[in-house]
Design a protein around this ligand. Structure first.
Ligand code: SAH
Ligand code: SF4
Length: 364
């Protein structure tokens, strides 16, 4: 029997693993149809606004050794930094003044009490300086249930923790043996139990990764019922162990194209979630984020880290905007987003519609 065409698949509302694999292989006009459909679904379900999350790269100190990441603990070439309280608060005040609805505080993984307490204090201070107006997303890695609860009580309400890949064996290939897939997964469960809007994501085009793995990643996000997703291409970094396997990765353009298709298919699978147009896309194509918005994404994370630290937060190579100061980023984003006819949700949190529905169903 001949399989369904992409056009036929795009009429469906429910997608099997096989359908997703077929869509991930689409190209040419079929791929264009996929993007158009995803855009249509986005406009209908979550509207045409793009929401900003000002990204503060709080620290590159990390206790982990993920094989793909440029700031892994064992990379001795990295000059380590942690922002001062003053710098974090100034960045948050900038985001508030510019009417970004929210900020994201991201860093390497640290679990000392000093770190936990400091983040807690910063969350409280940011809430105060913005009169409760700035939404706060955290992306601070794996922590205990207690730590996540403390930060939630202080006022953080969203958390991003990528599963990186939903395939347990591939996960173990990409990490040292003491980095456990099960721990990562239980962290995601903790976050959900506590009441965070939960975001996850994967890297696309990793060595050893197949299109079937990617289809399973999308199904994982659907089954876990996440509220937000940030996913983008894997980009090599020369000072990491995974660099040795580079000949096993797809070329950058393929990773880019696959990432856009992942965004579009996810929009068809999970119509009302928030999907980020990630910075790694822009490292491959200067208009990468705008293209992702056109293919179904609705969140952008402009970097508002003080310029002098940006060269030290290199998770991967060719990271864009490392020589810019926050105010330069703003002008450039505004101009570019207008290219794809999006409106910006100034001063709005832009919470995931999916989360509100999930909460209401649970509470009601
Ligand atoms: N330490 C935290 C947050 C910072 S890392 C954590 O790991 O959750 C944020 C994300 O950067 C990771 O989840 C990973 O998906 C991404 N990343 C790391 N190295 C990368 C690379 N070489 N290419 C693309 N993305 C990468
Ligand atoms: Fe640390 Fe996150 Fe990089 Fe892993 S991906 S080494 S946890 S910063």
């Amino acid at each position: 029997m001949i399989g369904k065409t992409v056009r036929e698949l795009l009429q469906q509302d429910v997608f099997s693993r096989e359908d997703i694999v077929r869509l991930l292989f689409s190209d040419g006009d079929d791929r264009q149809q996929l993007f158009l459909k995803a855009r249509e679904v986005k406009l209908r379900e979550v509207g045409d606004k793009v929401y900003f999350r000002g990204l503060i790269e709080y620290s590159n100190v990390c206790s982990k050794n993920c094989f793909y990441c440029g700031i892994r603990k064992s990379n001795k070439k990295v000059s380590r930094y942690t922002l001062t309280d003053k710098e974090v608060l100034a960045a948050a005040a900038f985001a508030h003044a510019e009417k970004f609805g929210s900020i994201v505080i991201q860093s390497g993984e640290v679990s000392s009490e000093t770190h936990i307490a400091r983040i807690e204090r910063l969350i409280l201070a940011i809430k105060e300086l913005s009169h409760g107006e700035l939404g706060i997303t955290l992306s601070l890695g794996e922590q205990t249930h207690e730590t996540y609860s403390r930060w939630f009580s202080a006022g953080a309400h969203r958390y991003l923790l990528r599963i990186e890949t939903s395939d347990k064996n591939l996960y173990q290939e990409l990490h040292p043996s003491d980095h456990r897939f099960d721990v990562r997964l239980s962290c995601l469960h903790f976050l959900k139990q506590i009441g965070y809007q939960v975001g996850t994501g994967v890297m696309i085009g990793l060595p050893f990764q197949t299109v079937e793995h990617l289809a399973d990643d999308l199904l994982f996000m659907q089954h876990f019922d996440v509220d937000m997703v940030g996913m983008g291409p894997y980009i090599e970094h020369a000072d990491t162990p995974l660099f040795q396997c580079n000949n096993l990765s797809w070329d950058l353009q393929q990773r880019f194209s696959m990432s856009l298709k992942m965004v579009a298919i996810l929009r068809l699978l999970m119509k009302d979630i928030n999907i980020a147009a990630t910075t790694a896309l822009q490292a491959i194509d200067p208009l990468g984020r705008e293209k992702a918005i056109d293919a179904g994404a609705n969140i952008v994370m402009p970097n508002i880290t003080p310029g002098k630290y940006r060269n030290d937060y290199l998770l991967y190579e060719n990271k864009p905007c490392v020589d810019e100061e926050p105010d330069q980023c703003l002008g450039c984003l505004d101009a570019r987003l207008s290219l794809v006819n999006s409106k910006i949700g100034y001063g709005e949190w832009g919470d995931s519609h999916h989360f509100s529905l999930r909460k209401n169903t649970k509470d009601g």
